[in-house]
Ligand binder design. Structure first.
Ligand code: FES
Length: 124
């Protein structure tokens, strides 16, 4: 069973290419590539660095710690040293909101993980 969670408004992704969200125990990187949104687990499978601080190159995100690359569309590893793929989340746009589907599990609170406090999505 899945439930939908709105991360933010599409307008909040106009000036940024990627943004980090925390939903319960899940850390998610939302990326905008060629006007399409992708959501991928934001914890590198090699040594748990946040990928949001990494560099997007086409459909690949490069981990800022040791350089592993992942395909944001599938979560598959493209470059070592990571070997385990990452989870991805279905993304839709509904009435101007970017919405992801999560497996049910009691997750209710969304935080965008903006440093210094959220000023965008009223998550705090
Ligand atoms: S933590 Fe990402 S490649 Fe090592």
């Amino acid at each position: 069973m899945f439930k939908k969670i709105a991360l933010c408004e599409t307008s909040q992704m106009e000036s940024v290419q990627k943004k980090r969200f925390v939903i319960g125990d899940e850390k998610i990187m939302l990326a905008k590539i060629e006007n399409t949104f992708y959501a991928i687990e934001d914890t590198c499978s090699h040594a748990e660095a946040s990928l949001t601080a990494g560099i997007l190159d086409g459909f690949q995100i490069e981990c800022p710690r040791h350089g592993a690359r992942f395909d944001v569309r599938s979560g598959e590893v493209v470059t070592l040293p990571a070997v385990m793929p990452l989870k991805t989340y279905p993304v839709t746009v509904e009435e101007g909101q970017i919405v992801i589907s999560l497996e049910e599990g009691g997750v209710d609170k969304v935080g965008c993980a903006d440093t210094g406090g959220c000023t965008n999505c009223n998550c705090n």
